[in-house]
Design a protein around this ligand. Structure first.
Ligand code: CTP
Length: 480
């Protein structure tokens, strides 16, 4: 980007909606500007087809929103937030929000807005970062002019996140902004200005007044950035991590005894998260990568002569997942179960690739992982972060073997979404049983026999096996 951006401002407001807003603003005798993320992203050339457009109005934002919406179509529904003096509607694939210019908007100990009318400059003063405080005029006499009092455009060129005012003040207006600074740095590949970062460190404790819903929105955005480790390192250095995700913070550090050290599990986790992020856009796979070794600190033991062990960390780690999700207000349904499962199984493919790859071990892995087998393999491959090139090559080649075996067995036995060919109801009928433990045991024995390769995954074979198994338990098929 270069100074040409000044001349290119019109390209950011070429959509008809801007001329419409401009016309209605003039008719109503109010000033209007497009401001914030839309301007930033347009200057950065980021794709923003679906981008929210924030319109700052000197006067009533609600009135102007209603007029513009009615001007487009009588069918458009305008949502009004009276307390905040804002209104929004959807049009042309955009969400357009109208805000009246304000002076101070937050009291110092909560996010409760104290609305007071202000001008453009007042409003820009109270924005979070210089790159988010730029506005483009939609007023007739200055249409298309960039108003950038804090040199946001220079910060965009230098890739710097910096607060417009003294950072302590900007952060005390809304402590979530400390996390937003890190999120933007991670998303855009920017650095945080040293003064701004110092202030985050000083004020980190204030994040505790922010709700977990808002914190988690930012955490998810950090995880979805191209190189999430960038954001997490900043979270670590700023001391925010130990407050919002102490479990991940605890991964940091190396213990040494009798020349035995272990990997720094935080650095390792970061590498794993970056590795999966290069291969997949799945937020939940990235969460699984972030949490895969979460129980290493609590399971760490030193064994004389052997070194450090983290025995059972995958099971204990998977048990920690629901608590972490709950605290972070992340969804507790399928996404949580998926992360829990991947954490629990994350060692299985690697163990398999080190042992001889038997059919029955592959079947068991397919059965336990189900449809998530590909993601599990991706996580497991990403988990190989040794510095020893030879070791990595060896692992990866073993992995190819496991993948090949997985394909072969799946084609042959269809285990992925496997249900034993005889279900509990049929067993009840066949032996005239009451629902209970015996039925479960018999059903399990069929499943185990198929997974172990004792019988094929077919009805007749399962039936013969079941009859034999039941006979051992003293049961005979009922005549009916
Ligand atoms: N803003 C702020 N302080 C906040 C949140 C938002 O000053 N805590 C201002 C910024 O000027 C920001 C604008 O409100 O640009 C819109 O906020 P939001 O929609 O949350 O973020 P965007 O900057 O649009 O970025 P993104 O859509 O990526 O979240």
């Amino acid at each position: 980007m270069n100074k040409l951006s000044y001349l290119n401002m019109n390209r950011c407001i070429s959509d008809n909606i801007f001329t419409l807003i401009s016309d209605f603003a003039q008719k109503s005798g109010v000033e209007a500007y497009v401001i914030g993320g839309y301007v930033r992203d347009c200057l950065l050339g980021r794709k923003n087809d679906k981008k929210d457009i924030d319109i700052l109005v000197r006067g009533s934002g609600i009135d102007l929103a209603k007029k513009v919406a009615a001007g487009i179509s009588s069918k458009i529904k305008v949502t009004v937030y009276k307390n905040f003096g804002t209104a929004m509607f959807r049009a042309g694939g955009h969400i357009i929000e109208f805000v009246g210019a304000r002076k101070e908007s937050y009291s110092s100990d909560s996010r409760k807005p104290l609305v007071e009318d202000g001008n453009l400059e007042d409003d820009q003063n109270r924005r979070d970062f210089t790159i988010n405080a730029m506005a483009i005029s939609l007023n007739k006499e200055s249409y298309g002019q960039l108003i950038d009092p804090f040199k946001g455009i220079e910060d965009l060129e230098k890739k710097i996140i910096r607060t417009p005012l003294e950072p302590g003040r900007t952060f005390s207006d809304d402590p979530l902004r400390m996390l937003r600074a890190i999120r933007f740095a991670s998303q855009l590949g920017f650095s945080i200005h040293p003064d701004t970062f110092e202030s985050i460190k000083e004020n980190a404790g204030r994040i505790s007044i922010v709700s977990y819903e808002r914190i988690t929105t930012e955490l998810n955005k950090i995880l979805m950035s191209p190189e999430p480790s960038r954001g997490f390192s900043l979270l670590y250095d700023s001391k925010l991590l130990e407050i919002i995700l102490p479990e991940v913070y605890m991964l940091k550090g190396v213990d040494k005894k009798e020349k035995h050290g272990h990997k720094d599990n935080f650095d390792h986790t970061m590498q794993v998260v970056d590795n999966v992020s290069q291969k997949s856009d799945s937020l939940w796979l990235r969460w699984a990568a972030l949490l895969h070794d979460i129980a290493k600190p609590v399971t760490k033991k030193y064994i004389e002569g052997t070194g450090w062990t983290f025995h059972g960390h995958e099971f204990i780690g998977s048990k920690m997942v629901p608590g972490i999700f709950k605290r972070l207000k992340l969804p507790m349904g399928d996404s949580m179960k998926y992360v829990k499962k991947l954490v629990a199984l994350h060692l299985r493919p690697i163990i398999l690739s080190q042992d001889s790859v038997t059919d029955s071990a592959v079947r068991r892995l397919l059965f336990d992982a189900g449809d998530d087998i590909d993601d599990l393999m991706m996580l497991c491959e990403a988990d190989i972060t040794s510095k020893n090139e030879k070791k990595i090559r060896q692992h990866l080649s073993n992995f190819r073997l496991v993948r090949q075996k997985l394909r072969e067995i799946e084609q042959k036995d269809h285990i992925r979404n496997f249900q034993p060919p005889i279900d509990g109801n049929e067993i009840i009928k066949m032996f005239d049983l009451k629902p209970g433990r015996e039925v479960g045991d018999l059903k399990d024995s069929i499943k185990e026999a198929i997974l172990d390769g004792i019988i094929p995954n077919e009805y007749e074979a399962a039936k013969d096996f079941l009859i034999k198994k039941a006979a051992e338990m003293g049961l005979r098929p009922s005549s009916g």
